[in-house]
Structures are given as structure tokens and as C-alpha cells.
Design a binder for this molecule. Structure first.
Ligand code: SF4
Ligand code: SF4
Length: 95
């Protein structure tokens, strides 16, 4: 299995922005700019955007597990992923 790419295409497919774990951290951390950009689909700074954690690894803001919806994501299926909670545990292959 190849490494997942943090591409603009995958950013748009990523379900993290709708996930309870993501949403909880977003509110608790006072809506950080890099999470806001992910929610709004603003791809002006892909490297810093908080999403596609299966590619980029742990979040800088998310610490508490509140449910993970990765298994429903097209990126998950397309890349044959098997893990979850990438935002806390690290990218696929690093867990
Ligand atoms: S598998 Fe999870 S982390 Fe990866 S793009 Fe989909 S929702 Fe985001
Ligand atoms: S990696 Fe899973 S738990 Fe983390 S924000 Fe994405 S869907 Fe939610």
C-alpha cells in the first residue's frame, strides 16, 4: 500500500471536517485558522491545513477521541486503509 497523498483532491474528499472528534477540538481550541481553512475548503496553504491525517499524521490541535468516521471516507477505500484516529495516532503505517 502506498502512502496517502495530501492532495487538494483528497482534502476535498476527507470527512474529518464533519467528524465529532474534529468538531469537538475545533470548538475547544477556539477555531484555529488551519482548521477553519479545512472546513471551508480553502486550499491556499495545503501543508498547514488540518485534515487528511491519514497522510500528514497527528493533528496539532486534536487530543480527545470522540468517534472516527474515516471508514466511510472515499480516500480510506481508495487507498485500502485499515486504521483510524489518524489525527491522534499518526498516519497510516506509523501507528
Ligand atoms: S481516511 Fe480519514 S483522515 Fe484520511 S482523508 Fe479520509 S477522513 Fe480524512
Ligand atoms: S482521523 Fe478520524 S477521528 Fe480524526 S478527525 Fe479524521 S475522521 Fe475524525
Amino acid at each position: 500500500m502506498g502512502k496517502v497523498e495530501k492532495s487538494v483532491d483528497n482534502i476535498h474528499k476527507c470527512l474529518c471536517r464533519k467528524c465529532p472528534t474534529y468538531r469537538t477540538a475545533y470548538e475547544q481550541k477556539s477555531k484555529p485558522e488551519d482548521m477553519t481553512r479545512m472546513i471551508e475548503g480553502d486550499t491556499s496553504d495545503v501543508e498547514r491545513m488540518e485534515g487528511v491525517f491519514c497522510a500528514s499524521g497527528k493533528s496539532r490541535f486534536i487530543e480527545e477521541k470522540k468517534g472516527c468516521i474515516c471508514a466511510n471516507c472515499p480516500v480510506y477505500k481508495e487507498n485500502g486503509l485499515t486504521g483510524g484516529y489518524y489525527c491522534i495516532m499518526g498516519a497510516e503505517g506509523e501507528q
